[in-house]
Design a protein around this ligand. Structure first.
Ligand code: GTR
Length: 422
């Protein structure tokens, strides 16, 4: 499957076509700020027993585990365990790529022991002229691993808008990859084919089956949905990166666009080894507040993509106020580590304002931990990046991961690693 169709809106359009209730829901999507409605967010600094979280220790010992448990139970499903026995096998010899700028490795992860089989494949580009262990940008389908070169800026535009030509995509992808490598970073991208295919009928055919957790029918309440399996895959790549002397595994940035932006946030929330998280146009069940009725809602997403989540989320479709968490708390789980949330003006489906507000409402946790925060209280104008340890921008244009976005991320990550990290 090609990355463009996999990430585009084609799946959603198909669902809209096939499912009348979903079509009805989609037809009622609200894009009027005046009709968003009132809502009260759960307070990340208030324990379920009503006590206020007044210091870092209470956050880390009591409140953080409480919120993490709620996200597992009610939203994404349980995080899968790290298998006891795995092997990372090179699929071919490391080889020079990108005019000698990088060394490419293709790796296959095998689970051994009681359950055996291929859990996933991934591709890693390391800068060839590095004089110290390289920090890494890691994501699911960050680029198309079937190609000879990374294509990290593949445009995934809405139907009807002007699509870049193949040549334009290649040129822009190479340019971004070169910049990333020249600044000393490596790039790694997971292929989900073995891990959990992005399909309601097939997502259990990968790691869930291998681990003996596949169930008949759709979505078990206690198992991880596909987003959680993808996030698990990112953690397993990090296990591998930790074994490479050429890599600085304490500086791995987990990044994703759209559904993989949701995945990146969940991976970083759960796995504290990720140094920085970046969610590009991640929208509903990513950075956007679920309680805002604007653009895609939980009612729509749990009907279109029930298998992305744990089985309990759909029950909140029409009573989102009963959900014990909201997405600002997902961002707060990443604290004190830096996080970047990005939106696009025309990506109203993802609710840009809801993405900004979630970043803003995560700030009290960063402040409690003495870790800075967002630094502004109103959404900035388009193309004016803001933020401190929580970065944010609203880009002009559409649902996409563009060169402009990458420029901001490189700048942010340079700054964070320069000043915060050992
Ligand atoms: C859409 C979905 C969004 C977003 C997007 C994507 O169809 O409704 O939540 O994840 O797909 O991943 O491109």
């Amino acid at each position: 499957m090609n990355a463009k169709t996999m990430f585009g809106c084609s799946t959603l359009l198909l669902w809209i076509f096939l499912s009348r209730p979903l079509a009805a829901l989609a037809a009622e999507v609200n894009y009027d700020e005046a009709k968003v409605g009132n809502y009260t967010l759960p307070d990340p600094l208030r324990l379920e027993d009503g006590r206020w979280v007044t210091n870092a220790s209470m956050w880390l010992r009591l409140r953080r585990p409480e919120i993490l448990e709620q996200f597992q139970r009610e939203v994404y499903g349980r995080f899968l365990p790290r298998p006891a026995e795995v092997r990372f096998l090179p699929m071919q010899e490391p080889k020079p790529a990108l005019e000698g700028r990088a060394i490419r490795r293709d790796i296959q992860m095998e689970i051994t022991g009681a359950f055996q089989g291929t859990a996933m494949t991934f591709t890693l580009y390391l800068p060839s002229n590095a004089n110290k262990p390289a920090p890494i940008f890691l994501g699911v389908h960050l680029f198309d691993t079937a190609r000879e070169y990374p294509l990290p800026a593949v445009a995934r535009r809405l139907p009807g808008s002007k699509r870049p030509t193949e040549a334009e995509n290649v040129a822009s992808g190479r340019q971004v990859a070169n910049q990333i490598l020249e600044r000393g970073y490596g790039l790694a991208s997971v292929n989900i084919q073995h891990l959990a295919p992005d399909s309601a009928t097939n997502y259990q055919s990968g790691v869930l089956r291998l681990l003996g957790r596949a169930r008949e029918g759709v979505v078990s309440p206690d198992e991880s949905g596909a987003l959680g399996v993808w996030a698990w895959g990112l953690s397993r790549v990090l296990d591998y990166l930790e074994t490479l002397p050429e890599v600085n595994a304490r500086r791995v940035v987990v990044i994703g666009h759209s559904r993989m932006g949701k995945t990146a946030l969940w991976a970083a929330a759960h796995d504290e080894r990720f140094a920085i998280a970046i969610a590009n146009c991640s929208g509903c069940a990513g950075a956007a507040l679920s309680r805002r009725n604007y653009g895609e809602t939980l009612a729509i997403i749990t009907q279109a993509f029930p298998f992305w989540f744990g089985g309990r989320l759909a029950a909140y479709a029409n009573r989102v106020d009963a959900l014990p968490v909201d997405q600002h708390e997902l961002i707060a789980l990443i604290a004190p580590r830096p996080v970047y949330i990005a939106s696009a003006v025309e990506d109203r489906w993802a609710d840009p304002k809801g993405e900004f507000l979630a970043a803003w409402h995560a700030e009290p946790v960063y402040q409690l931990l003495n870790a800075g925060g967002l630094g502004v209280a109103t959404q900035p104008a388009a193309d004016h990046p803001v933020g401190d340890t929580i970065g944010y921008h609203l880009r002009s244009g559409q649902h996409d991961l563009t060169d402009y976005d990458w420029q901001q991320y490189l700048h942010f990550v340079d700054r964070q690693f320069g000043r915060l990290m050992p």
